[in-house]
Design a protein around this ligand. Structure first.
Ligand code: FES
Ligand code: FES
Length: 156
């Protein structure tokens, strides 16, 4: 069987198992990266959001065989070089309640700010990640705060 070779949080890895297994299973059960959560398994909730080649993607529906040559980055890597602006803003706005959805929310927010540096409320509403605790108003505030931080850092 051909190995699937890809990069995971900056390290090259090879996978020889079931090519149809979703990335989320690999992350949690093989790589021990349990920050990425299982919510629905059908690409509906966003709890499993990671970055694939820099863009948000739902890992519960990404088969391992689709990852050849890709760069996968998980929540464990988001603050690898110092906390990301979204992480700092999340802390300042005290966003999480139970916390279960929050890794996915942070990954989706980081992706949005890369694409839309000055997001409107409607831009933020395009993030379709679900939160059972209803932290959406704090998420919105935190994304605006993170956007402001990134602008200040860019101007400094
Ligand atoms: S677990 Fe992947 S979108 Fe819900
Ligand atoms: S903080 Fe509880 S599900 Fe979002």
């Amino acid at each position: 069987m051909m190995s699937t070779v890809f990069s995971l949080n900056g390290t090259k890895v090879a996978f020889d198992g079931d090519p149809d297994m979703p990335l989320l299973w690999y992350l949690r059960d093989h790589a021990g990266l349990t920050g990425t959560k299982y919510g629905c398994g059908i690409a509906a909730c966003g709890a499993c959001t990671v970055h694939v080649d820099g863009s948000a993607a739902r890992s519960c529906v990404l088969p391992m065989q689709s990852l050849a040559g890709k760069n996968i980055s998980t929540i464990e890597n988001l603050g690898a070089n110092g906390l990301h602006a979204v992480q700092r803003a999340w802390i300042e706005e005290d966003v999480p309640q139970c916390g279960y959805c929050q890794a996915g929310q942070l990954m989706a927010a980081a992706d949005l700010l890369k694409r839309v540096p000055v997001p409107s409320d409607s831009d933020i509403a395009t993030i379709s990640n679900l939160c059972r605790c209803g932290t959406y108003p704090r998420i919105r505030k935190a994304i605006h705060r993170a956007a402001a931080m990134l602008r200040e850092e860019a101007d400094a």
